[in-house]
Design a protein around this ligand. Sequence first.
Ligand SMILES: O=C(O)C(=O)C[C@@H](O)[C@H](O)[C@H](O)COP(=O)(O)O
Length: 370
Amino acid sequence: MHQTVHVALGERSYDVEIGPDLLAEAGARIAPLLKRPRVAVLTDETVAGLHLEGLRAGLAAAGIDMVSLALPAGEATKSWPHFERAVEWLLAEKVERRDVVVALGGGVIGDLAGFAAAVLRRGVRFVQIPTSLLAQVDSSVGGKTGINAPQGKNLIGAFHQPSLVLADTSVLGTLTARDFLAGYGEVVKYGLLGDAGFFDWLEVNGPALARGDMSARVQAVTRSVQMKADIVARDETEQGDRALLNLGHTFCHALEAATGYSDRLLHGEGVAIGCALAFELSARLGLCSQEDPSRVRAHLKAMGMKTDLADIPGELPGAEALVELMAQDKKVVDGQLRFILARGIGQAFVTSDVPREAVLSVLEDALATC
Ligand SMILES: O=C(O)C(=O)C[C@@H](O)[C@H](O)[C@H](O)COP(=O)(O)O
């Protein structure tokens, strides 16, 4: 059942291994990268309780020692204080330039550990062991690392590719339903941005995925990672096409900032709502038919996911304030915001030709239902 996706980036190329029970094989798979049999593992407290001993045993089976630091779970950890703590710990552990840092966790840990590895002694290698669906299909692949700033999401960071990604699909079984569905938001994104057939497949197989069907999970993770690998190989540093992977994220990042990176809205939940809004905006601009946003929302709802701004608990700021938050988006060029819109399901494209009034009107209508 194991699959391998190769990310072709010249001397920065690496494999993404996907399948059940990979944690037990971690030592054998990481060993070829090591100059000495020792790794430093960054993780979070929740994941540590569930999977750190499994990783320790997998490494020990290949004679590899590990030291570990567990940070608090949650998006608030992607911030300067925890980043500083992680870097200082790696220095205290005397992690050397030829050593390997391991990120064991979801997107927060992967992004933070990757950024720590990028700056430690001006760059050490790192291995991603993503434990959430979101991290397996998205954040562990492609080398975007970083932390959030008070001004916005992921505003401080570096491109730093991992040397290997081990996506153990068995560990998805320990996710809460909420976390699994948040990650599913990123899976749906791939169908929406570039593969209508995959979206059709998800409409049929999404419920089986959520129930834990391992073969469906491996298939969905592999298709998602393959799509991401192809895009990243064409455009590693987001000069063009890579921005397609940002479908739904312009709205999402503004909503995450507006909710204070709190438990009110998980990143993947914001992506799902953001994709629904991006399709609504596309339909209103006459780019796609009105059936497309309806179909997107129908599938998200059928999966029991957050779809509307009304699904976010607590107060939200007004439409003007949300658009203002978007001004910090990394896709802004010469002060002009760029959006990922769609001509249909599977047909996303990047454009700066979006009237501010159209964005405001989509948001005002969405806020009116809150
Ligand atoms: O890898 C990418 O490129 C993406 O845009 C994938 C996104 O799903 C991911 O959330 C990414 O971290 C967002 O990047 P950002 O540059 O918009 O912060």
